[in-house]
Design a protein around this ligand. Structure first.
Ligand SMILES: *[C@@H]1O[C@H](CO)[C@@H](O)[C@H](O)[C@H]1NC(C)=O
Ligand SMILES: *[C@@H]1O[C@H](CO)[C@@H](O)[C@H](O)[C@H]1NC(C)=O
Ligand SMILES: *[C@@H]1O[C@H](CO)[C@@H](O)[C@H](O)[C@H]1NC(C)=O
Ligand SMILES: CC(=O)N[C@H]1CO[C@H](CO)[C@@H](O)[C@@H]1O
Length: 408
């Protein structure tokens, strides 16, 4: 087995090296080396690290804001840790294409310091291997927050031509309402994204993220007990069949009118032809050398000020700083990784400033604002993200050339 692993490893190393040569703009060899080391230990089975996995999802709101699950991680002991996040495909759904796999992801690791509100940025996933982003380092015992992040370059509102509407339910010969094949497939896909621990069942807690997202109300223990009498459950958790039946009942309640069902589907990021275009399911993996990591989804909400502070701090600490021409109180920080560039404007002055941002000289780039030229207002003594930039077409060279200038 050892020899077999070694062969695979050699092949893998060669492939990585070749890819590095071909793609030298995008791949950082030293980052790659860390991954190779990790994969090597993993493949050779030397690494008896303990693992934990949790799923989650980014959802795009009507106003373009992105919300996602947030997690608490508990480590009983100081340990070497490896954390990764990647968009996940859902094999059960048997889709031809999962376009959300190209959505960029990142994870910010914050540490609770004395109180729950006082969070400090520890690090973020800087390493990249294809669609996976990771971080490897040492963490002390304690409670951490893991905040998923996506720039909004790829997960964004797009206007498409309305091209029909999928049918959700139909009546069989006996006049009984049934789910169409397409709707069943979408529901099973939804089930997988809701099943955060991946055990094939929905607990009340997991189910409530669905309720919160679609109706804004939680289901309590009593209602859950009623569910148990009507729908298939195992170990007090809803099965796939139970979830399908529950949705069929919803359709029956409205006498086959799909209006409510569409409200549910749209809020989960589906469009009218049942493509998941405004959501991106992801999976987080954590392995620790010395203890079993424990991870739990706590909420489903916008990143908020905690996440934007973390993003800004990461750019301030890892990015290159430049003072804006003609104003010693304004700094532009630029963080570059293989796949993303983020710039942050810091205002050290007493007045609000308006900064003009011009990307006209950039080539093959897209940003999270969807505009080539725009203005940003920065409040006194504060900082904010100017833009996140990514390649429009990753296979081709992309050139970032941005001019920030002071308007007033
Ligand atoms: C590659 O990554 C390492 C470690 O993250 C960093 O120190 C180095 O500056 C990076 N090199 C390039 C060319 O981005
Ligand atoms: C925890 O917070 C306090 C007060 O905000 C600060 O002085 C201290 O340095 C922080 N500790 C760590 C380990 O960051
Ligand atoms: C749904 O999304 C797919 C993929 O982006 C697109 O081709 C289709 O036209 C969309 N349908 C509607 C009704 O918007
Ligand atoms: C000079 C000054 O107070 N600068 C502030 C600008 O805003 C950042 C972020 O809020 C502060 O950390 C600086 O102290």
């Amino acid at each position: 087995r050892g020899i077999f692993c070694l062969c695979i490893l050699m092949l893998y190393l060669m492939m990585c090296f070749m890819q590095g040569l071909l793609n030298n703009q995008l791949i950082n060899i030293s980052e790659k080396a860390l991954w190779i080391q990790h994969e090597m230990e993993y493949l050779l089975g030397l690494q008896e690290w303990q693992h934990a996995q949790c799923r989650g999802c980014f959802y795009l709101e009507e106003d373009g804001e992105i919300i996602s699950h947030k997690y608490r991680l508990h480590l009983a002991q100081r340990s070497a840790v490896c954390v990764t996040i990647r968009p996940c495909s859902i094999p059960q759904a048997q889709r031809k294409s999962c376009h959300w796999l190209s959505v960029d992801t990142a994870l910010f690791i914050l540490k609770e310091n004395e109180t729950q509100e006082n969070l400090q940025l520890v690090s973020f996933t800087e390493l990249q291997n294809k669609e996976m982003f990771g971080w490897r380092g040492e963490l002390g015992a304690g409670v951490y927050w893991l905040l998923p992040f996506t720039t909004g370059c790829r997960l964004r509102k797009v206007k498409t031509q309305i091209s029909g509407e999928a049918q959700l339910v139909w009546r069989d010969e006996d006049g009984e309402l049934a789910l169409t094949k397409e709707f069943r497939a979408a529901l099973l896909e939804i089930f997988e994204t809701l099943d955060l621990d991946g055990n094939g069942l929905l607990s009340l807690e997991e189910y409530n993220f669905f309720e919160l997202r679609t109706s804004g109300e939680k289901c309590d223990q009593e209602a859950w007990a009623v569910c148990k009498e009507n729908f298939e459950m195992k170990k007090n958790e809803l099965t796939r069949q139970g979830f399908l039946d529950l949705n069929l009942m919803e359709a029956n309640d409205r006498d086959g009118d799909p209006w409510d069902l569409w409200v549910t589907l749209l809020s989960l990021g589906y469009n009218k032809t049942l493509e998941m275009t405004e959501a991106c399911p992801f999976v987080i993996d954590i392995s620790a050398e010395r203890c079993k990591p424990r991870i739990k989804a706590i909420s489903l909400e916008a990143g908020g000020s905690q996440l934007s502070r973390a993003v800004c701090s990461s750019v301030l600490s890892k990015g290159e700083a430049k003072v804006l021409d003609g104003s010693e109180n304004i700094f532009i920080y630029t963080y570059r990784s293989g796949s993303r560039i983020t710039s942050v404007i810091e205002n050290k002055s007493e007045n609000k400033v308006i900064i003009h941002v011009n990307n006209e000289q950039s080539k093959n780039c897209m940003n999270n604002r969807g505009l080539t030229v725009f203005a940003v207002e920065v409040a006194p003594k504060s900082m904010m993200v100017s833009q996140h930039v990514m390649a429009l077409n990753e296979q081709e060279e992309w050139i970032y050339s941005c001019v920030h200038s002071l308007v007033c």
